[in-house]
Design a protein around this ligand. Structure first.
Ligand SMILES: *Cc1c(COP(=O)(O)O)cnc(C)c1O
Length: 376
């Protein structure tokens, strides 16, 4: 049985009729950028995250860039972020005009901690971006406490953590400002690019909204007190997101079920799932295992028809644009890059598929350690 790394067709089938209706309604309103569908989704997403405000934007990358710019983080400022993240977290810092400073991560959770952030702080540090990698929120109580001590802003990159919680509170609501991507493959995905920023701070929300729309504020579309760009959310995407949001909790529960099947099936084998802290509830955007012979395992799985991913094979500080900037070794992030392997996970993956994946992993990794009786 072949198991693709990601298959959204069953998800699409579940929502297709409802999205057809929602799109017909949007087309009837003649409001394609902003308008009631965007307003409705923003209100729903803020309520879901437990924040006062949400600004829909064009992508997760735009959300990060706008959050940084609206906080006044630009030239001369340093921003500490984990090395093992998608490159967008780092490139958003550069786009804002600031300098990314990569930190190592906890070797088990692969997330930033005060201990890994502290060595990277300088007099120029202005902000920390905590990335809730694979769906697991970082310890935001500890990170916020450190930031408060040092007078730093905290931004969450929650692009992989829709609906995940830390001590019962949702990702995105755990710091000054939370940034989401609704790229199609994320836990909540649009039919194209989309993103959002959530915050309790009305002044920050208004500034982000203005900067996402050429600096427009209030009702006069041709008065620009500040400059911005075009990073708006469109109404067709907002309508998709509203329909899918009603299913997000069920879909995340299905992902947790899938992860628990993997965890149980892999017990006792020389591979293990990335650790989730007891205070965190992961949204399992990715189901990631650690394996020392990762590349051989990946090839053997591919030969058996099982798709996998690597998130991420090269840590940001070793990518070409940053290699010359930061030379300090970040051993936990570098080791993770050699060992992580993402197994298929999506809400509609079947138990049979999960057992096939887990069983095939078990067969492959168990082989070399079977005692060779009589081999002398
Ligand atoms: C997907 C992702 C982004 C970027 O989101 P886009 O919508 O693709 O711009 C940023 N950070 C992380 C951790 C992501 O997974």
């Amino acid at each position: 049985m072949a198991v693709p790394f990601l298959d959204l067709s069953a998800m699409h089938a579940e929502v297709a009729a409802e999205i057809d209706g929602a799109w017909r309604y949007v087309i009837g309103t003649n409001r394609f950028v902003g308008g009631p569908a965007v307003d409705a989704f923003e209100a729903e997403w803020a309520a879901y995250c437990g924040t006062r405000h949400c600004v829909g934007v064009s992508s997760g990358t735009a959300a990060l860039e706008l959050a940084l710019a609206a906080l006044g983080i630009g030239p001369g400022a340093e921003v500490v972020l984990p090395a093992n993240t998608f490159i967008a977290t780092a490139s958003a810092v550069v786009a804002a005009g600031a300098m990314p400073v990569f930190a190592d991560v906890d070797p088990e959770t692969l997330l930033l901690t005060p201990e890994t952030i502290r060595p990277q702080l300088t007099s120029r540090t202005a902000a920390i971006i905590a990335v809730h990698l694979f769906g697991q929120p970082a310890d935001m109580d500890a990170i916020n406490a450190l930031a408060e001590q040092c007078g730093l802003c905290v931004i969450e990159d929650a692009a992989q953590a829709h609906g995940a919680t830390w001590r019962g509170r949702r990702a995105g609501s755990l710091s000054r400002v939370g940034c989401f991507s609704f790229y199609p493959g994320k836990n909540l995905g649009a039919f194209g690019d989309a993103g959002a920023v959530v915050t309790d701070d009305v002044i920050l929300a208004d500034r982000i909204r203005a900067m996402s729309n050429h600096g427009r504020q209030g009702n006069d579309p041709y008065q620009h007190d500040i400059l911005g760009g075009n990073h708006r959310l469109d109404a067709l995407q907002a309508a998709v997101l509203s329909v899918k949001l009603r299913r997000l909790d069920n879909w995340n529960a299905a992902r947790r079920h899938a992860a628990s099947i993997y965890a149980t099936a892999l017990k006792g084998l020389p591979v293990r799932m990335v650790r989730v802290a007891p205070d965190a509830e992961s949204s399992y955007h990715l189901a990631v295992i650690r394996a020392t012979a990762r590349d051989a395992l990946r090839s053997a799985l591919a030969a058996a028809g099982i798709g996998t991913g690597i998130h991420y094979p090269i840590p940001c500080h070793l990518q070409a644009p940053f290699r010359s900037v930061q030379q300090v070794p970040l051993p936990a992030a570098e080791r993770a890059a050699r060992e992580v392997l993402s197994l298929p996970i999506y809400p509609h993956i079947s138990d049979a598929q999960l057992r096939e994946v887990a069983g095939t992993v078990a067969e492959i990794v168990a082989e070399p350690i079977i005692p060779r009786i009589g081999a002398g």
